[in-house]
Design a protein around this ligand. Structure first.
Ligand code: M6R
Length: 612
């Protein structure tokens, strides 16, 4: 996820671009850059790693006379966080500058072709391929810049929101989108473009939203939209009614709620380019293990903290089920100090959203000192953990700003599912089984959407239970870690004491706590242990506990013994954590909101814990 902006008009181009970028910083903040086209039609690019404030400092003394420009704030996907990889990117002759949000999936094929034709690349990004491709078409086919852009976009596979300027045709900004949002802002003799209205709302409220596979060409007075056959399209102008503060969270009341609702899209991003349905297989780019090394793995140790540790527990069930490799899960803080027994063909897998959690980082270093390979599953590209691992898998969840992790958890589970299938397919798992699993995995984002549609119902349940002092969360098998995660979410943001347990463990102690004041959340979706969970529900009801159940259908038993139910779509038991955790996130969220608490910045917590 990155943010892009563009401006053409009589205003101070540099300041408008920096100001607009600042409001897109939540979309990514690894590096930022702008390209300015001056009155002599020369383009200059300024870019810098780190926050937009770094770039602003660098540009302080630049007295620009630019008449238009484009800008970008990056959340790295292809290539580390370096000045070279920051956008905008130039073509060979520094005559076209381009910013891009999205992923060009076939960049390798295109890069090979362009290299053979003599193009030289300065970065590791997929984006740079696109600007060279446009240059190549423009020069060899001698067609207009717009037509060259369309031709290039018809050759790329993947997602993009782009903006480009060129000294060849210096009175226009060309933009296009496919999968990554773009909006044009229409001012008085000035035009804006941005990834979302957030960036441009102080300047104009008249906007045109681009749809996928549309291109727009803007100058100071006009904006013309085309489809990718170069046919003109008439677009409606919309008026933005939101105020600035609300849209900095994209209209959501908090970042956490926004991130809960982003989960279906985030899951698709994690799967994009990795799920190969026709072959019933998974493709990973950066594991850095040969197939022989992978087949030789005798044990996987997974370490992590907090929510990431819960994803690790789901991972244990998944890898043992699909790949039949023994798995051990350890808190990173315990692993690093307990002198663990590590054998030659073990590998360590570390899971961390931020990639900066100190306990996890030290566990990684300890394993490396003991001579085994370490793989990382992280969200933040270029983070310390990502850099120090021998290989790994990015979550592609987009920046997670709310302190309570939501979309990172579901993407960690998606990645664990894909890893387990990948390992299984290298060993005994059949093509048909791989296909059967991936077919269902593809349906999960839509199933999560179905759960999100029940937010109002869950809000009503939250209202009912907001005064409880304690909660119990119970689940079995794949849903035991979900019970732990549900309890953690509630503790973190509502400050209510909550415990998660394997449902059958309840009778070994926690049952003593149950009375009419104790809400018990049961994960009771279908699976081999369903009947046993129903027996646990009866045991709680017999002691007057209040039962909230997450179920697939409302049977007679369930209607008799439960106080509240949330019905979620059915899926394979192995994938059910992805669907079942969502009502628990919403329940915690709405309870905290009923209590008027700051869910994005809960007390005493930090987004990434870099101390012991
Ligand atoms: O960035 P990490 O995934 O390494 O963070 C680990 C934990 O600190 C984190 O999951 C924490 O538990 C969250 N606040 C959970 O919502």
């Amino acid at each position: 996820m990155c943010g892009i902006v563009g401006y053409i008009g009589k205003g101070n181009v540099k300041e408008i671009l920096l100001d607009s970028l600042q409001r897109l910083e939540y979309r990514g903040y690894d590096s930022a850059g702008i390209a300015l086209l001056d009155t002599s039609n020369k383009i200059e690019i300024f870019k810098k790693t780190g926050r937009i404030s770094n770039l602003r400092l660098d540009l302080h003394s630049v007295n620009s006379q630019a008449k238009m420009g484009i800008g970008h704030t990056r959340w790295a996907t292809h290539g580390g966080v370096t000045n070279e990889n920051a956008h905008p990117h130039f073509d060979c002759g520094n005559n076209i500058a381009l910013v891009h949000n999205g992923i060009i999936e076939n960049y390798n094929v295109l890069k090979n072709l362009l290299e053979k034709k003599g193009h030289k690349f300065n970065s590791e990004t997929d984006t740079e391929i696109l600007v060279h491709l446009i240059e190549d078409i423009y020069k060899t086919e001698k067609i207009s810049l717009e037509e060259s852009v369309i031709k290039a976009l018809n050759l790329v596979q993947g997602t993009y929101g782009i903006a480009l300027i060129s000294s060849y045709e210096p009175n226009k900004i060309i933009c296009a989108r496919n999968g990554s949002p773009l909006v044009v802002g229409m001012g008085q003799n000035e035009m804006f473009v941005a990834s979302d209205v957030n960036a441009i709302i102080p300047y104009t409220r008249n906007v045109i939203y681009l749809e996928d596979k549309e291109m727009v060409v803007i100058n100071e007075e006009n904006c013309n939209t085309f489809n990718l056959n170069y046919e003109k399209i008439v677009k409606p102008i919309s008026k933005v009614e939101w105020d600035l503060e609300a849209i900095s969270q994209n209209g959501y009341e908090t970042f956490m709620l926004k991130e809960i609702f982003e989960q279906p899209d985030a899951m698709l991003n994690a799967m994009r380019g990795r799920v190969n349905l026709p072959e019933g297989a998974i493709k990973f780019g950066g594991l850095n293990l040969t197939e022989a090394e992978t087949r030789d793995i005798s044990r996987i140790i997974i370490t992590a903290c907090g929510t990431s540790w819960h994803a690790a527990l789901v991972g244990e069930y998944l890898i043992e089920t699909f790949a039949k490799i023994p798995v051990e899960v350890d808190y990173a803080s315990e692993f690093r100090y307990r002198n663990p027994i590590i054998q030659k063909n073990d590998i360590l897998l570390v899971i961390s959203q931020s990639g900066e959690t100190l306990d996890t980082l030290e566990a990684l270093r300890e394993a490396k000192r003991k001579g085994i390979k370490v793989l990382g599953i992280t969200n933040v590209v270029g983070s310390t953990i990502a850099r120090e691992c021998d290989g790994g898998i990015y979550l592609h969840a987009g920046p997670e700003i709310g302190v309570a992790s939501t979309k990172a958890f579901t993407n960690q589970v998606i990645v664990m599912i894909m890893l387990a299938i990948y390992l299984g397919r290298l060993k005994h798992m059949s093509f048909y089984e791989g296909q059967r699993l991936l077919n269902e995995l593809n349906k999960i984002p839509e199933k999560v959407n179905e759960v999100l549609k029940q937010a109002e119902k869950i809000k009503a349940i939250a209202k009912k239970y907001q005064y409880a002092k304690n909660f119990l969360y119970l689940g079995r098998g794949f849903n035991y870690p979900v019970a732990l995660e549900g309890a953690l979410k509630l503790k973190e943001i509502s400050y209510i004491h909550a415990e998660g347990y394997p449902a059958a463990e309840m009778k070994h102690g926690p049952i003593a706590l149950i009375d009419e004041n104790m809400p018990v959340v049961f994960l009771a979706t279908t699976g081999p242990l369903y009947d046993k969970v129903i027996s646990n529900i009866r045991e709680v009801k017999a002691r007057n506990g209040r039962i909230i159940a997450i179920v697939n259908q409302l049977t007679d038993d369930l209607s008799k013994y439960t106080d509240d139910v949330v019905i979620v779509p059915e899926t394979f038991e192995e994938f059910s954590p992805l669907v079942n955790v969502v009502p628990l996130q919403l329940l915690a969220y709405y309870i905290a909101r009923e209590k008027n608490l700051d869910v994005d910045k809960p007390r005493n917590l930090a987004k990434s814990v870099t101390v012991e």
